[in-house]
Design a protein around this ligand. Structure first.
Ligand code: AMP
Length: 191
């Protein structure tokens, strides 16, 4: 199996690049943000619980996120591997993911961290907000909060993977194709 973590701040291009990586390496996409938005759309209890955190750009509690990922992993047996997008976002989630992988006799092979300046992120998210319909993309204060949450709560996760020798920093500016080539070249060295 090939299991990748695609890491980076909101607006770094994780969703776009995941689509390309899935096609090239035939992986199953696990985007916790997308899964939450699906629950929200379907009006499930989980969606209702997550909504108040999401609308403000705060993190949904770890146990809810981890349970949802566990369920998704179990609903896709026989896959070539997974690409985790927007997960893990805390050290507790990173530990839980290692345990989930071990339980399935596999592991995270590598972590790809997209690097984009805050100024560029703000520009991209405000732009995305014009068409995404996402409440959390709609104003500068909410976007700023999501970037702060990333800086305060999520950046330690990079160090977690660094200690395991799995962190790869990738420049996240340029054309979609240029960035994809940087990602794929890094993945290819791990195969
Ligand atoms: P995203 O689409 O990855 O930007 O996620 C949108 C929102 O969903 C985030 O701002 C959080 O409220 C929530 N969320 C997504 N993934 C996670 C996660 N791994 N841990 C906690 N909250 C998450």
């Amino acid at each position: 199996m090939l299991n990748l973590v695609l890491f980076g701040p909101p607006g770094a291009g994780k969703g776009t690049q995941s689509e390309n990586l899935i096609k090239k390496y035939k992986l199953t996409h696990i985007s916790t943000g997308d899964l939450f938005r699906k629950h929200l759309g379907e009006g499930t209890e989980l969606g209702k619980t997550a909504q108040k955190f999401m609308d403000e750009g705060n993190l949904v509690p770890d146990e809810i996120v981890i349970g949802m990922v566990d369920e998704k992993i179990h609903s896709t047996p026989g896959t070539n591997g997974f690409i985790f997008d927007g997960f893990p976002r805390t050290i507790a989630q990173a530990n839980a993911l290692d345990e989930l992988m071990a339980k399935n006799n596999t592991q995270i092979n590598t972590m790809l961290a997209l690097e984009v300046s805050e100024e560029e992120l703000m520009k991209r998210l405000l732009n995305r907000g014009k068409t995404s319909g996402r409440v959390d993309d709609q104003n500068e204060a909410k976007i700023k909060n999501r970037i702060n949450v990333y800086n305060n709560e999520t950046t330690p996760v990079a160090n977690y993977y660094k200690q395991q020798g799995k962190l790869n920093s990738i420049k996240g500016v340029g054309s979609i194709e240029e960035i994809f080539n940087r990602l794929a070249n890094t993945v290819d060295t791990k195969l």
